[in-house]
Write a protein that binds this ligand. Structure first.
Ligand SMILES: Cc1ncc(COP(=O)(O)O)c(C=O)c1O
Length: 380
């Protein structure tokens, strides 16, 4: 005769009392990354201006290369990503062996954190830093230290004050997201000179191609000779290949070698490698993408400023706009109002900016619609 087993919570033995699977300490304290919204309720084809993607799409040559790669879906990619590695090295005059290719910069940032951080270490970043740095650091049980950014700008001295003997990584986004501000060549050099040689300076240059100010640098010139500087770049922004997930880092050889040991071996797919190579060669598309941002970024800055909405000067393909409380309106209200008009922008309260919205530079029609809609919003 079979007996019905007792319910699990009444099991008297040790098995019932044994702990259940648990994430490592700290993991459940991590606030998950919140991507920009992609839909607006009741609107069929909204303009997505929330993800800092390339509003012009991507290079046709990149698309052709992607389609052509469909004939090779059954094979693994070259784990070294040789064709892309060599193309990047040629284009930027870099040593191929010092490059690390990743499934987006996102993966590279995680790999950097995993390579350097032990529990109890810390990273130093700006107050409004891109969320991925802190997520990866916390996953390694490291502490995240954020220096105040007066006027939405990195302050080198405030960052240096937070560096101590357990600091392993210092992150600078240049230009920064979501603020759009940038750190100058001189400031970067001063920061680097003041850091202990054992601390790695990571310069995330995801938006660098959009910043043409003569005092700006993506950090590659510093990284060429320094033993502790990593620069990351992405194909997601200027090249418009965000869906394919391709990023790269330039690091000192021993660091590139260390990161490569934990990199998943086939992390960049064949369609992604081929499309990125084709895009790199399509200088016309890159020039058009930059020209578009250079045309409309000042226009939006001026128009929104004219409505009494402060816009932080931006070196990226987006602008950070304040909805001052004195207007009697809120940033959340602006986001909802614009969404109802088919314009999806990004609320940035999760970055500690509850009174701001971030707007990716759109097509002419989007930018004009935005300026009109915000004028109506303030009147409503
Ligand atoms: C500052 C910054 N770094 C890195 C990334 C991630 O880029 P990727 O698409 O290469 O992972 C983004 C994406 O928005 C970003 O804004």
């Amino acid at each position: 005769m079979s007996e019905t087993p007792p319910p699990i919570d009444r099991l008297p033995d040790e098995r019932a009392r044994a702990p259940r699977p648990m994430a490592k300490p700290g993991i459940l304290d991590i606030t998950p990354y919140k991507p920009g919204k992609a839909t607006a309720e009741g609107i069929e084809n909204p303009a997505k201006l929330s993800g800092n993607e390339n509003i012009l799409g991507c290079s046709e040559k990149a698309r052709d290369a992607y389609v052509a790669a469909a004939g090779q879906l059954n094979v693994y990619p070259d784990g070294r990503g040789g064709v892309l590695r060599d193309a990047i090295a040629r284009r930027y005059d870099l040593e191929p062996d010092r490059l690390v290719l990743g499934c987006g910069t996102d993966e590279i940032l995680h790999l950097i954190n995993q390579t350097f951080l032990e529990p109890g270490d810390n990273i130093v970043q700006g107050q409004y830093a891109f969320g991925a740095y802190g997520i990866g650091a916390r996953a390694c049980q490291a502490q995240v230290r954020s220096a105040a950014e007066p006027n939405h700008r990195i302050d080198i001295d405030l960052m240096l004050e937070l560096v101590d003997e357990r600091t392993r990584l210092v992150f600078i986004t240049n230009p920064a997201n979501p603020t759009g501000t940038f750190t100058t060549r001189d400031e970067l050099a001063r920061l680097h000179a003041a850091l202990p040689p054992g601390v790695v300076l990571v310069i995330d240059a995801a938006y660098a191609e959009f910043c043409t100010d003569p005092t700006f640098t993506d950090g590659l010139e510093l990284a060429r000779t320094a033993e502790n500087v990593i620069v990351t770049h992405t194909f997601s922004k200027l090249h418009g290949l965000a869906a394919l997930r391709v990023g790269w880092a330039y690091a000192p050889l021993p660091i590139a070698d260390a990161i490569d040991r934990i990199r998943p071996p086939f992390n960049v797919s064949i369609p992604a490698l081929d499309a990125a190579v084709a895009s790199l060669a399509d200088e016309d598309f890159q020039a058009r993408s930059l020209a578009h941002v250079e045309r409309w970024r000042p226009w939006l800055t001026q128009q929104l400023g004219g409505l009494g909405l402060p816009v932080t000067p931006s070196g990226g393909n987006f602008v950070l706009v304040e909805i001052p409380r004195t207007t009697g309106r809120t940033a959340e209200g602006a986001e909802a109002y614009l969404a109802a008009r088919g314009l999806i922008v990004r609320g940035v309260a999760n970055y500690g900016l509850p009174d701001h919205i971030r707007i990716t530079i759109g097509l002419e029609e989007h930018n004009r619609a935005l300026a009109d809609a915000l004028a109506d919003f303030l009147r409503a």
